[in-house]
Design a protein around this ligand. Structure first.
Ligand SMILES: [Zn+2]
Length: 235
């Protein structure tokens, strides 16, 4: 599961890894908290018409990577706060889809380099996602009406301040660019092209890559029989 603030956050972030994992048989669901309903300089749009366009773009981008399930929470773009309501909505998604791995935004990132101040929605969604995962989603007495408690095994922070894991996306960089191109209302061809250079930079020039900070909430070596678990939970 990938939980992000806006349509296109995944395509700028973890889409190459997602496409690679989908090829290897993983089921992936996207949770997009806002539908980007203020993200335009075109006065011909209303927030509602823009949201509809951007949801279609997000669905198309997901399909490029082989992802066919996208949940839109429809919070207002630009106004997201890490509230209990948002935490609860993300818990609902986690208990519904029972992900082993969640891709999350980095709530600690205030800026990057000297030219980019992080969007407050990114920080808010990142914080609410981590707060939903640990411990709430796994606590059966919290929100029992939202379904069975679920323990997420790993959290992968995309665009991390301090990466510790790099995924080689040589085989899916073209899909990542094609997915980004689906966000026609947002992304120029020039930006789509720059994805390759950014990925090479992330991979220190060795290969196009995506960088993550990975948290193992359930140590990999202590997990019970993976195949048995897969059979019972994914069937
Ligand atoms: Zn964003």
């Amino acid at each position: 599961m990938a939980v992000v603030a806006h349509p296109d956050d995944i395509e700028f972030g973890c889409a190459g890894t997602v496409a690679k994992w989908v090829r290897r048989g993983c089921r992936v669901v996207y949770v997009v908290v806002t539908s980007g309903n203020i993200g335009t300089h075109d006065a011909g749009h209303t927030p509602d018409t823009l949201a509809a366009v951007r949801e279609q773009e997000q669905l198309a981008a997901a399909a490029v990577c082989g992802v066919h399930e996208v949940e839109f929470l429809r919070y207002n773009d630009g106004e997201v706060m890490p509230t209990l309501e948002l935490r609860r909505d993300i818990v609902r998604m986690i208990r519904k889809h029972k992900p082993e791995v969640v891709f999350a935004l980095d709530p600690t990132m205030l800026w990057s380099g000297n030219e980019y101040i992080n969007h407050p929605d990114h920080r808010a969604v990142g914080l609410a996602t981590l707060d939903a995962i640990a411990p709430v989603a796994a606590m059966p007495l919290m929100y029992p009406e939202l379904g069975e408690a679920h323990r997420v095994r790993e959290v992968w922070i995309q665009w991390p301040q301090q990466p510790d894991t790099w995924i080689d996306i040589s085989e899916t960089i073209d899909l990542k660019m094609e997915a980004l191109r689906q966000h026609k209302s947002q992304v120029s061809e020039e930006t789509a092209q720059s994805i390759r250079a950014w990925a090479l930079e992330a991979g220190r020039g060795l290969a196009p890559a995506e960088a993550y900070k990975v948290m193992l909430l359930v140590p990999r070596e202590t997990r019970p029989s993976e195949s048995a678990t897969h059979n019972t939970t994914d069937g």
